[in-house]
Ligand binder design. Structure first.
Ligand code: ADP
Length: 270
């Protein structure tokens, strides 16, 4: 069905108005298709953990099991329920963030302090996974931004580095300012990403095979949230890495100025 308005004379006022309306209609159509695709993907992705939950519970009700077997089943149920909860939270963030960045949410942010803070929040995960995480060369710097969205972006990327790095691995975080652009690097020594997966990792719900097969529960939404947050600040995220050679995530944020090293930052801030 063609919803476009027929343009009789493109040069008169009505013709010009019709052209503007047509381009608005085309944009709306694209947005509707995007929403339909997103809703279909989301319901598909929500169904998978729900189905796993259901079959575990049904099996547990049908057959007598030993206490150990019940415990095992309940652990699976808890993991899947946690994953569902996380997915619901992330879907909510994505739908809120699609609206873009609001001027009234901007504040002056010390990026170096924020990186240390986020790393500290993830310290228990690093300890649990027996991975060494260090903020090495982090230059003091500041920018105007939405602190909640930026910390979510850093957190998702650092959490991935920890999640996809086996025991005894390392995650190193650096930040330097080059021509008013902060270059933040998160390097891990983990499972890496095969070249064919790299172009897709920012797609919603996308998970590379290697990570699906690890015991790590994920939703495939973390990087798209990070990209939307960094993109709203005019920045970009780039991932590179080879299978088994670790991954390097580089976040570039513009409008950053070096700051004097006058803050006492580090573990004491968290
Ligand atoms: P997930 O919840 O699956 O981690 P993300 O959107 O954060 O979702 O990441 C998408 C996919 O990108 C992951 O499933 C994984 O395959 C890959 N990936 C992201 N970061 C890393 C990393 N540091 N090392 C290896 N693979 C990664």
């Amino acid at each position: 069905l063609d919803r476009r308005i027929e343009i009789v004379n493109p040069n008169d006022e009505i013709g010009r108005l019709a052209a503007i309306l047509n381009s608005l209609i085309a944009r709306l159509e694209r947005a509707v298709i995007e929403i339909q695709r997103f809703t279909a993907d989301a319901s598909h992705e929500l169904r998978t953990p729900l189905a796993a939950l259901r079959s575990e519970v049904e099996l547990a009700l049908q057959t007598r099991r030993s206490p150990e077997e019940y415990e095992q089943a309940l652990t699976i149920v808890l993991d899947e329920a946690t994953r569902l909860g996380r997915m619901a939270d992330q879907l909510l963030s994505l739908s809120r963030y699609d609206a873009g960045l609001h001027g009234n949410e901007l504040e002056s942010i010390r990026l170096d302090a924020l990186l240390f803070d986020v790393a500290d929040q993830l310290r228990p995960l690093a300890v649990k996974r027996n991975v060494t995480m260090e903020c090495g060369d982090v230059q003091p710097c500041e920018m105007q931004g939405d602190v909640i969205r930026l910390s979510q972006a850093f957190s998702n990327i650092m959490e991935n580095a920890l999640k996809y790095t086996p025991e005894h691995g390392r995650v190193d975080i650096h930040c330097r300012v080059v021509n008013d652009v902060a270059v933040i690097e998160v390097q891990d020594t983990g499972i890496g990403i095969a070249t064919e997966h790299l172009p897709h990792v920012f797609d919603r719900f996308y998970r590379a095979d290697a990570s699906r097969s690890t015991a790590v529960g994920g939703t495939g939404l973390g990087l798209s949230i990070a990209q939307s947050a960094v993109g709203a600040h005019g920045g970009v995220i780039h991932l590179s890495g080879m299978p088994d050679c670790g991954t390097l995530a580089t976040i570039r944020l513009p409008g950053v100025t070096p700051a004097s090293d006058d803050l006492e930052i580090g573990p004491s801030l968290s």
